[in-house]
Design a protein around this ligand. Sequence first.
Ligand SMILES: [Zn+2]
Ligand SMILES: [Zn+2]
Length: 337
Amino acid sequence: MEELQQFFSLFSDFTNPKKRVFVGYLFLSLLIALGWLVLIKRRSLKTALTRVFDRKVFFSKSALADYQIFIVNRLFIGFISPLMLSQMAIATSVYFFLHRLGWVEAGYFSSAPLWLAVSLFTFALFLADDFTKYLAHRWMHKWPVLWAIHKTHHSAETLTPITVYRVHPLEGILYGIRGVVTQGSVIPLFVFLFGDKVDLYTVLGANILVFFFHITGSNLRHSHIDIRYWRWLEHILISPAQHQVHHSIAVKHYDKNFGAALAIWDWLFGSLHLSDHEEDLEFGLLPSEKSSASNLAQIYTRPFVDIWLALWRPVRRVFRRIKGAGKSRSDHSTLQP
Ligand SMILES: [Zn+2]
Ligand SMILES: [Zn+2]
């Protein structure tokens, strides 16, 4: 009985409204996809349904690997739980640090109306979380050691809502640390300024802004349905098509659209790519990356090899330079009379 309970707990994200793959959000994403194909693309309902439930996507080797990675990573999730303790430790340290700093008095805004305190906190937490996701994602592409880990996600050759779980456990740990540091900094700052008025506006337990992000089809980012927004809106919010551009192997799409929910970070820091006129994107990695889309053993072990290579290459370069300098010195000395 306990084993059965443990087995079902692997799939608890599907019944948790704080998670992207909550069945309610998946169902809404399906409606949005059908609405897009029928009302905007003028396809018949039958064609739209065939397109949405494309067997070539959901039963591709890459997608089958996604489903297995989902299970394996859920088994790994215990490694992340101790991080929650660290969040308390960080929050407590930041809280006492703010007291010691003495720039403003504790509870300086405690007389602010409740709605204002809650709105500001809800917005700040969402904004800080989204910004640190952008930064972390950008670094994942920039630094070879981090890219070795993140390319597990990019090895997907077809995108389904489950692809969001196609991450190496090391990336899961890094993102866990990011979340803990972000929340552990924003929460005590607001508690320090607003006192006991700090609370979140939530729907079904999720931050209302996260809830809005999910009911508007966050699951379609990892899908073959290239829903685009108006140009002006793609400067503010990342559309599904824009995240698909991020997964494209075309050279012009390299290092574009790192944003999670908001596009403003990409716009501000020059990595925004609007989705219009993008046709038939190819997803995955170049052969030179030597990363498999479907071999589970390789998916989990390859990053360690790549991390080793990424760390070893600069060291080898330095050794070679030293050796080269030594050699030219000895050559030079042999020319001495
Ligand atoms: Zn990426
Ligand atoms: Zn992705």
